[in-house]
Write a protein that binds this ligand. Sequence first.
Ligand SMILES: Nc1ncnc2c1ncn2[C@@H]1O[C@H](COP(=O)(O)OP(=O)(O)OP(=O)(O)O)[C@@H](O)[C@H]1O
Length: 597
Amino acid sequence: MDHPGGYRAPRARINPDSNRSWLRRALPVVLAHRWMFGSALALAFVGLVISVQIPSLLQGAIDNAIVTHRDQLGHYLWWIGGLAAATLVTGYLSRLLLFRTAYEIEYDLRNIMYEHLTGLSFPFFDRAQTGQLISRANSDIRSVQMYLTFAPFILVQCGIAVVAFGYMLAINVPLALVSMLPMPLVFLAGRRMQNTMFPVSWLIQSRLAEVATVVDENVNGVRVVKSFAAEGRQLQAAQRAANRLRWAYVKDADLRAHWTPAVQNLPRVGLVIVLLLGGYLAVQGELGVGAILAFNSYLMLMQMPFQMVGMLIMMGQRAAASAQRLYEVLDEQPEIVDAPDARELTGCAGEVEFDSVRFGYAEGPDVLQDFSLRVHQGETVALVGRTASGKSTVARLLPRFYDVRSGAVRVDGIDVRALTTHSLREAVGVVLDEPFLFSESIRDNIAYGRPDADITDIERAARVAGAHEFITELPEGYDTVIGERGYTLSGGQRQRIAIARTLLVNPPVLVLDDATSAVDVQTEQRIHAGLGELLAGRTTLVIAHRLSTISLADRVVLVEGGRVVAEGTHTELLATTPLYSEVLATAADDDMTGATA
Ligand SMILES: Nc1ncnc2c1ncn2[C@@H]1O[C@H](COP(=O)(O)OP(=O)(O)OP(=O)(O)O)[C@@H](O)[C@H]1O
């Protein structure tokens, strides 16, 4: 399906059967471009068939026109010139189509990878390293693409070696057979080379990914690095990764230097044999000089494919290693998928229930144990608790970023696992404390969930989120493009844009995970005033450290060790639960400790 903006979905998928060889798994992607690819190969074949004719014309020119004067030389020259021109044209067209196929295949592979990554769930991204993913999406895809397109091309060239051999047989059978003697050796050397180089190719790809990871962390973590004046240490880490990569490359070059001359030069031994035996036969008068020349030309024609076989083997090694790295990602199944009979959540009222939920990340220990909480339609509940008590985890389970180990999370009485994730996440808006903003205009960032929203709605959402004022003070207002991750804005400004972004979607259930932590108290109060109107009728879960945020809530729930240990109004909890006062008192926020003192 073609999308607006020129995006074309991949024409085929990688075969999901992981028991098949990597090539068979990739075949559907190649076959999706069979017409263009087939034409490129057919043209290459035609070009080679034409070029195979030239040596026999050369033989005729020498033996029949130059030596014996039986034919006219000009006649041969015209033919040779004409065929040379034809190989030029076919060479141009076949390469044009081949490169187009190569980039179409690369485009498909990249989109297959990207679509797959987009479909994966949070547990995968908790484990994955960005650098690894970037390297898989770049260099691994490139090396697989190179092999998929150039290997058949080289094989066509090898096919022509067979034709050339036929011509050689027609000239002189013993000479043709003897000239082929070194070929089994070429094959054996190729096999040895293949076995020795594979592990190194694998190493190179994984070390390229290591380097990408270090670079990614150095760039993304630059603020931490600089604030700890740890540039030296980072540089050392980068050097270590670069050294490890260099070692693998040197090893690769070493092996290549060892094997390539053998694989490439063994066929030349055939040339020596031709000169020896052919020369002898010519002296005996059994072979014309032109025939020896033609024979030589055929052998030269055959050399190229044989030399390319060496290259093909090396490319094959790298491509196999790269394909396995790609398949590692592509074989990753999303943990969170819609059930076959999943329902759409329509007209969500906003009843939320956590029923004896037990949950932990990956293979880790339980973070939530027997966590039960019911939030009624239109109610605002604040989750309060010590750090690492599991508050954010509760917030992540509601939009089904993760699945519970036991128990259930329900919206409107329906288990979230029985709903389509799309409709669930449309109904549950989440604002995180460290929001991610895109390198686009502020207007586009706020309209992220509703790209068709008009500017009036965008401004209204920004006003409620307390962002309108500072946005209009920016030189280009709503059209201001923010830097990567919005770093040109302050933490509080980014939070306000993120709140506006969620409010614009107008979800019936709202989760604010410390969403105003970086905003000053006055601004927070303004946001709350705006939110007060908006929260009416909306079910809201606020994860709060500050009293000012807690004051928004109808009910406060105290979380400790992954369960609800007390609930009530702020005043009730203060009066009845010492842990509550303790949590508030130890909260890092100055204003909160100040308020509770
Ligand atoms: N993505 C994750 N993978 C593995 N463990 C995690 C992940 N996120 C959180 N945890 C662990 O789960 C526990 C609860 O974390 P959570 O973020 O829910 O706490 P919190 O109460 O929100 O803390 P805070 O107030 O400091 O934000 C912690 O021990 C944390 O190490």
